[in-house]
Ligand binder design. Structure first.
Ligand code: HEM
Length: 153
């Protein structure tokens, strides 16, 4: 019981950091950078902000997965859990793959373009990251709805 509560706490704190962090990046940090900074300042700033955020997301993703699987095991395995947990697991894995894609494709290209001071290339990569983060943010909100509201059905 205590173990399950601790696992759920870790699960929810990691989900909160990941989904909340994407929301802050998407609705506050990037629009503020666009409104106040020119490309030679904005693009290195966003690359630096994302590099710090992605360290936290990597830890959060690992925590969500390990704690989620721990909760499934504590409940007696996948055959025993509600369908909403199967949905959470499936969409959660899609979110994790999308994060890995962002981290190792457009984000890696953004870092290289910023290092080379190629601002138009960096701006395209940041635009790609913005769209993919928006998709993951919507999926994240959907999974929370599925996990919490889905339990009632
Ligand atoms: C990918 C692997 C994941 C696994 C194996 C997993 C598994 C679980 C399990 C077993 C529970 C406990 C369910 C219950 O007691 O009814 C839970 C709770 C929860 N999970 Fe996940 N989860 C995963 C990913 C996610 C993701 C990506 C999110 C959100 C973005 C999320 C959000 C939640 C929420 C909000 C709850 C609390 C539900 C409640 O107690 O009402 N999970 N998860």
């Amino acid at each position: 019981m205590l173990t399950t509560s601790l696992l759920l706490f870790l699960h929810l704190i990691a989900v909160t950091f990941w989904v909340g962090g994407m929301a802050v990046m998407h609705v506050a940090v990037r629009p503020a950078a666009v409104a106040t900074l020119e490309p030679p300042q904005r693009l290195p700033f966003m690359a630096a902000a994302l590099s710090r955020f992605f360290v936290g997301v990597s830890i959060a993703v690992a925590t969500v997965l390990v704690s989620g699987l721990g909760l499934v095991m504590a409940a007696g395995g996948f055959a025993r859990v509600h369908w909403s947990v199967h949905g959470m697991f499936t969409v959660g894995l899609v979110m994790m793959v999308l994060f890995l894609h962002i981290r190792f494709a457009p984000y890696a290209r953004l870092q290289r373009a910023v290092a080379a001071r190629e601002w138009p290339v960096a701006a395209v990569q940041l635009g790609n990251i913005r769209k993919l983060v928006a998709v993951n943010l919507m999926l994240g909100v959907g999974v929370v709805a599925l996990a919490v509201v889905g339990r009632a059905f």
